[in-house]
Design a protein around this ligand. Structure first.
Ligand SMILES: O=C(O)CCC(=O)C(=O)O
Ligand SMILES: [Fe+2]
Length: 352
């Protein structure tokens, strides 16, 4: 994959439709169609598991490399697991028969690919976590006025999550970034919407939108969250230079990032009202991220990898307006929940 900045949406239910244009790049139309069929099979598989009463956690755990033979025996005798393995084997066989060998290889070894948000592949392909990172961590450390040196020593590359309070002082984004601002920016900048579809990513989460353009076409009443209107939450990444330049007039790289650390040129934006945001998922972007809360408040649920469960704990942290949350989305399973009140708007990026 050319773009090394793709995340998993966690919206596996919608996952078959999201981002296909980016993630299928390089495949012929025929193969794309077959790849889509294959993806749909995996999505269906996961939905079936959910319908059969398995929780997200149980689905995740079914695909963990078991460390104890007792777990292995239990796993092998589990009907859902047997069905999953069967469908997985069938799907891979069909894919290979269709000449999609490279595609299958790509999706297993580059989990930013088409079904990166598929729990099966991300669990099979991901490296085991280093449980020392989260051992006995009971809450997310909170800092104010943290220096770049302290950040570098204690957090930058340690995979320990961090909340920095009052970190966006002087950012005009705090008053400028609104749903209407983004709508205007994207609809009036030539090629901006199409660039999200073709070069970047759009995550519809629970909504019916399949593109950012559709999201910006919702009614004004819905956009304002008027009573009785369908809730919404979506996210996207920006690869359009002109849009990026305009966004950067209103925010800065977090002041505590070490001077020589490189920030990705791709911005991530997430926006929506109270309720569930991103479903539980693990990313495979290879780098840690920061995310600034521009408006509203959002709670992050951070879940250690299953192999760390005996020594690590789930941690929840609410990020408020003006805070910057730093964490490694490749290390912690995570889900988000927008708190009642203002629309949640965030901007973030990855750093090296
Ligand atoms: O902000 C959100 O709701 C989800 C963001 C996310 O999953 C990420 O930054 O990795
Ligand atoms: Fe994520």
């Amino acid at each position: 994959m050319a773009d090394s900045n793709l995340k998993a949406s966690g919206s596996v239910v919608n996952g078959s439709t999201a981002n296909n244009s980016v993630k299928n790049k390089g495949l012929s139309a025929d193969k794309k169609e077959k790849a889509k069929e294959l993806t749909d099979k995996f999505v269906q598989l996961r939905e079936e598991a959910l319908k059969k009463g398995l929780s997200e956690k149980e689905i995740r755990e079914s695909f963990l490399r078991p460390s104890k033979s007792r777990d292995l025996r239990r796993l092998l005798s589990n009907k859902t697991f047997q069905t999953q393995v069967l469908v997985l084997v069938l799907a891979v066989t069909v894919a290979v028969k269709f000449g999609l060998k490279d595609f299958v290889h790509g999706m297993i070894y580059d989990s930013r690919c088409l079904i990166s948000n598929n729990i099966v592949f991300s669990e099979i392909a991901r490296p085991l976590a280093d449980c020392e990172v989260c051992r006995n961590l009971k809450s997310v450390p909170i800092e104010r006025h943290i220096s770049a040196e302290t950040f570098l020593e204690q957090y930058a590359y340690t995979k320990i999550p961090l909340l920095v309070k009052d970190a966006t002082t002087n950012w005009t984004a705090m008053s400028v970034f609104t749903y209407d601002f983004f709508k205007k920016l994207y609809t009036e900048t030539e090629g901006a919407l199409v660039s999200v579809e073709e070069e970047c990513q759009f995550f519809p989460y629970k909504t019916e939108f399949s593109t950012l353009e559709e999201a910006f076409n919702m009614s004004d009443a819905r956009a304002r969250y008027e009573p009785g209107e369908e809730p919404w939450y979506f996210g996207w990444s920006n690869c359009h230079k002109e849009v990026a330049d305009k966004l950067r007039q209103h925010y800065r790289r977090p002041y505590f990032l070490p001077n020589d650390s490189e920030s990705s040129s791709i911005d991530w934006l997430f926006m929506g009202g109270p309720g569930i945001g991103a479903f539980i998922h693990l990313d495979s972007v290879g780098r840690p991220s920061w995310q600034a809360q521009i408006s509203g408040a959002k709670t992050w649920q951070m879940i250690p990898s299953p192999e760390c469960e005996s020594v690590c704990h789930e941690i929840n942290i609410t990020v408020e307006k003006g805070d910057i949350f730093v964490f490694d989305s490749n290390e912690w399973y995570h889900a988000t929940f927008v708190e009642p009140g203002e629309l949640s708007i965030t901007i973030g990026s990855e750093y090296d």
